[in-house]
Write a protein that binds this ligand. Structure first.
Ligand SMILES: Nc1nc2c(c(=O)[nH]1)N[C@H]1C(S)=C(S)[C@@H](COP(=O)(O)OP(=O)(O)OC[C@H]3O[C@@H](n4cnc5c(N)ncnc54)[C@H](O)[C@@H]3O)O[C@H]1N2
Ligand code: MOO
Length: 430
């Protein structure tokens, strides 16, 4: 079967982005409590509903003072202690009020002196939980203290009405902490896109299953599912049996129409069908045989691994159209297809940062096929990039050792040791 398209990597990236854009921008939003919003993507800008800190408060355990009272260098009377969470009385002239970190600054005070700078450098005994106040105690404080010292002024962190987090922000612990600190209990986030994942191949057995002769364990379902989940997708698996093109098409159509799912799980058409395997030049390429007649184009991209690709709007009888991407079955090909095509197409919508591309010298030389953009697995430690293994696309072991992909342009056939190359960071560099 001749491929229906021949594309460069950039051309296929564009095709995949164009295919997904309508569903990703049309998913709508939902409101979630903060406790359920980790790694979700804000759908609307968040503007501060109040200021932070909400009131002037102490940055230290110490004494709230009027700095003018200190200049004489004389002991001051110790006033009533001010705990965090209480509302203090105004500070009387000539007094220093014991104040705890986070407690409101009393009216009249213009600085806090840390307890370590006081003489004595420990609070009097009555400054404790529910102890009666003892008038007449004194404390000696430094004569020169700058007004404003150790006061955290209201609004010094966040001002009321300040734009804080733009729509599209992915909510991590710090962003959720800020929202909570502002008293916001729920957020409007984008509905997670949902993918139906199908790994095809008679040779595949689930992890944990005994292998019949010629079988291998299915790596791609777990790997692609994890990649999608990490990026913010919902993933549905399927146990559709893939015997022949016709029964596969019928079973997929039933599944897309929601048949056979518990009603609680029936949520209509997924936003993407992602398949792996069954798309190259073999005699049993079920995905290609089944779906080429239903809106999906199969062809080749000038790339290695990941050359065979399929993409299109799947239109099966009785179902709504759904974007479909068909990745090649070799595990590294599938993973590289995710990194090069699908992840870039959805990361902006999901608030995921795009992978960083660095230019670094390669430790050893390599050869690369002419006319194909090659992606080699590599390890980046400090500023040194070295290949993690060979170029073949079955090498899952070396993929798992890698934190980077090296990109070798289509026209480059060899790279000399020390030559600069493009490095796509896919993991944490040590
Ligand atoms: N005559 C040609 N043969 C092949 C070509 C070609 O151009 N001409 N392309 C090769 C390339 S490149 C790739 S990549 C593969 C793509 O093949 P398919 O997408 O049809 O995938 P399968 O044949 O189903 O599987 C390929 C390989 O990967 C293993 N596999 C498949 N699924 C999984 C899975 N879920 N977990 C682990 N391993 C999986 C499968 O057993 C095969 O070894 O075609 C080449 N052939
Ligand atoms: O292009 Mo295949 O995807 O190399 O192994």
């Amino acid at each position: 079967m001749t491929p229906s398209f021949r594309r460069t990597v950039a051309e296929h990236q564009e095709a995949v982005s164009a295919l997904l854009e309508p569903v990703l921008t049309g998913l709508g939003s939902e409101t979630l409590m903060l406790s359920r919003a980790l790694h979700r993507t804000l759908d609307a800008d968040v503007v501060a509903p109040r200021q932070l800190p909400p009131f002037d408060n102490s940055q230290m355990d110490g004494y709230a003072v009027r700095t003018a009272d200190l200049a004489a260098g004389l002991p001051l009377g110790v006033g009533r202690p001010i705990a965090a969470g209480s509302m203090p009385e105004p500070l009387e002239s000539g007094q220093a009020a014991p104040i705890m970190t986070g407690a409101p600054i009393p009216e009249g005070a213009d600085a806090v002196v840390p307890i370590e700078a006081a003489e004595p450098s420990a609070f009097p005994g009555f400054v404790g939980d529910r102890q009666p106040y003892v008038p007449g105690t004194t404390v000696l404080l430094p004569a020169v203290v700058a007004p404003g010292s150790y006061i955290r002024t209201r609004g010094s962190d966040v001002l009321t009405g300040q734009p804080l987090l733009p729509a599209g922000t992915r909510l991590g612990p710090a962003q959720l902490g800020l929202l909570a600190g502002l008293g916001i209990e729920s957020v409007t986030v984008r509905v997670r896109p949902r993918a139906l994942l199908l790994s095809t191949g008679d040779e595949l057995a689930a992890p944990g299953a005994d292998l019949a002769p010629g079988q291998i364990h299915d790596a791609n379902t777990t790997m692609l599912s994890a990649a999608l989940l990490e990026a913010g997708w919902d993933v549905e698996g399927t146990d559709i049996a893939i015997d022949d093109a016709r029964s596969f098409t019928e079973a997929l159509a039933r599944r897309l129409a929601g048949a056979g799912q518990a009603s609680a799980e029936r949520r209509g058409t997924p936003d993407l069908v992602l398949t792996s395997g069954g798309i190259s030049q073999g005699a049993f390429e079920v995905v290609k045989l089944a779906l080429a007649a239903h809106g999906v184009e199969f062809g080749s991209v000038a790339m290695q691994p990941g050359g065979p690709q399929g993409a299109g709007l799947l239109a099966l009888p009785g179902t709504a159209e759904v974007p479909l991407l068909a990745f090649p079955g070799n595990p590294v090909s599938s993973y590289v297809s995710w990194e090069v095509f699908l992840r870039p197409a959805c990361c902006a919508y999901l608030g995921l940062p795009a992978r960083r591309m660095l230019s670094l010298p390669l430790a050893s030389g390599l050869a690369s096929p002419h006319g194909r953009e090659q992606y080699r697995r590599a390890t980046l430690v400090a500023d040194a990039v070295s290949l993690t293994g060979g170029e073949s696309s079955h090498l899952l072991g070396s993929l798992a050792q890698s934190n980077a992909l090296i990109r070798i342009p289509a026209h480059t056939t060899s790279v000399a040791p020390g030559e600069m190359i493009d490095v796509l960071l896919i993991g944490d560099a040590a």
